[in-house]
Design a binder for this molecule. Structure first.
Ligand SMILES: [Ca+2]
Length: 153
């Protein structure tokens, strides 16, 4: 094979690996991320907003994704100083935090802030608090915060 053909194939595979439709950008090889630091939503509005964009309100249970999200948010001033909803809620059963797909959300460190969640039956939705290393805190679901959507690449 010619060097030119190899170069074209390499470029094509790079395009496929980073195949995230706007407004998404690549988060890693398999996932796309859409951070909107300009418009705020209630928790349910954020869930719906991500669905409209063929994605899911940010949900994760592993430290690798946590670090990727942290680095992504901290890479730009516009995104680093905002509070974003997490797709976790205990609206259905107080104290049982589930993601929008029905799976159980992780509890404790390194996801939640110290002693979080701790505000009982009036605080039923989770967000990442920017001035506390983006750790998760419970909050009133009708508050208006920013959104992060994920979708498969
Ligand atoms: Ca609660």
């Amino acid at each position: 094979m010619s060097h030119l053909l190899l170069a074209i194939l390499a470029a094509m595979s790079a395009l496929v690996a980073g195949d995230c439709p706007l407004p998404y950008e690549p988060l890693d090889d398999t996932r796309c991320i859409f951070v909107d630091p300009f418009v705020t939503y209630t928790w349910q509005e954020a869930v719906d907003h991500c669905k409209v964009h063929a994605g899911t309100l940010l949900s994760f249970s592993d430290c690798e994704t946590s670090a990727l999200i942290y680095d992504y948010l901290r890479s730009q001033d516009a995104t680093s100083n905002k509070n974003y909803w997490i797709g976790a809620t205990d609206q259905a059963e107080e104290g049982v935090w589930k993601f929008t797909d029905g799976s159980l959300a992780p509890m404790g460190v390194p996801f939640w802030g110290p002693a979080e969640p701790n505000n009982g039956a009036t605080y039923n939705c989770a967000f990442m608090q920017h001035n506390n290393n983006h750790y998760w805190y419970d909050f009133t679901c009708t508050s208006k915060l920013y959104s992060i959507c994920l979708k498969d690449a």
